[in-house]
Design a protein around this ligand. Structure first.
Ligand code: NAD
Ligand code: WQD
Length: 339
């Protein structure tokens, strides 16, 4: 039996892809998710892709007794903590919900890790911790700036909690992965992103527009200080991102960590503008995406992309897939949602 890894939020978008990659590498995966933003049939899909259906428990991580019972029944070698609420706009409308869910979930995990001597935690952080960067590409040494939203603040606080607790609790090690913009889906199109309602993010909006579910894509501003005037992001294929988690777990289990708390940017290192993403989608999939340019979106970052040197050298991880792969797989997945 392989090493046992607990994945919180494992039926979600990034968690499900990570479960697949871990199972491919021989790990035993146990998933906890309250299904507040995902569906249980994802467990079957993970089983179809890998030939091994992971054990699944449905509960809210804020439910301490249920989580304690799971720790009591299992000796985990590591934990990957994805479970969180992630909608920026909703967090502005309801900050307390975000502080409650995102922070109490992490605190319950840390309390039980201490109680049951579980050492290794990988945390889903985000490039949002950097805010509007003054220097590009962004390195991990860039200090956090005032969070753009309560959601972003929960990631900054989450990282701070891990930094402090790993200093005081000698047996605990933690590693944060600061994702840039995860997009795309598994090439099988059996798992992918399931946005609820009108997507706030660019790529799901593009795929839904191409599918005829939305009339027109709104491009938020073409008067930024960028080559084509539209904002720039570092889009990363979700399968590459999933593989970074496997490397993170390996690093911890192999005692390769140099400090008890480490953090890595996970992106491609390449920035793409909104128009470049639309053009890549149209070209690779041979389908038009009707769009119109509208005013800038309040609070948007103008341009951000990662310096991935640390992840490339220390984590021994590098993104392999390009924007075409991302757009192709995103469209293949969207088509499974239409039929
Ligand atoms: P997702 O919503 O698809 O997955 C999160 C999962 O956690 C969902 O399945 C949801 O049902 C579950 N969940 C939420 N609260 C829970 C709770 N209290 N108890 C148990 N389960 C709970 O989101 P995702 O895109 O896969 O994101 C995963 C992680 O990565 C999140 O922490 C998110 O903040 C972070 N992240 C995401 C992005 C992105 O653009 N997708 C970027 C940076 C960071
Ligand atoms: C990308 C670009 C938009 C939709 C979000 C979260 C952030 C982090 C990463 C989790 C921007 C433009 C978008 C549309 C558009 N997630 N756009 N029309 O802004 O980088 O941030 O993901 O931690 O916290 O806020 O991603 O996909 O929303 O936007 O023109 O309909 O596409 O203005 O330039 P973003 P996004």
């Amino acid at each position: 039996m392989g090493k046992k890894i607990l994945i919180t939020g494992g039926t979600g978008y990034i968690g499900s892809h990570t479960a697949v990659e871990l199972i491919h590498q021989g790990y035993e995966v146990i998933i906890v998710d309250d299904l507040s933003n995902s569906e249980q049939h994802t467990i079957e899909s993970i089983g179809k892709i890998t030939g091994k259906k992971p054990e699944f428990h449905q509960f809210d991580l804020r439910d301490f007794p249920s989580l304690a019972a799971l720790f009591n029944e299992n000796k985990f070698d590591g934990i990957i903590h994805f479970a969180a609420k992630k909608a920026v706009g909703e967090s502005v409308a309801n900050p307390m919900l975000y502080y409650d869910v995102n922070l109490n979930s992490m605190l319950n995990l840390l309390k039980l890790m201490e109680l049951y001597n579980v050492s290794n935690l990988v945390f889903s952080s985000s490039c949002t911790v950097y805010g509007q960067p003054s220097q590009l590409p962004v390195t991990e040494d860039t200090p956090f700036s005032l969070a753009e939203s309560p959601y972003g603040h929960t990631k900054q606080i989450g990282e701070d909690i891990l930094h402090q607790t790993t200093r005081t609790n000698r047996q605990l090690q933690a590693l944060s992965l600061r994702y840039f913009n995860p997009v795309g889906a598994h090439p099988s199109a059996l798992i992918g992103e399931l946005p609820v309602g009108v997507p706030a993010n660019l790529v799901p909006f593009i795929t839904q527009t191409a599918a005829g579910l939305r009339a027109t894509l709104k491009v938020y501003g073409n008067d930024y200080d960028t080559p084509d005037g539209t904002a720039i992001r570092d889009y990363i294929h979700v399968v590459d991102l999933a593989k970074a988690h496997v490397r993170a777990i390996e690093r911890m289990l192999n005692h390769e960590q140099k400090k008890s708390y480490e953090y890595f940017n996970i992106g491609t290192g390449k920035g793409s503008s909104v128009l470049e993403v639309i053009q890549a989608f149209e070209k690779i999939n041979q389908i038009k995406v009707p769009y119109e340019v509208v005013d800038r979106r309040a609070g948007d970052i103008v341009k951000i992309y990662a310096d991935t040197t640390r992840a490339n050298h220390e984590l021994n991880w590098k993104a392999q897939l390009n924007l075409d792969d991302m757009m192709k797989s995103a469209w293949k997945w969207q088509k499974t949602l239409i039929t």
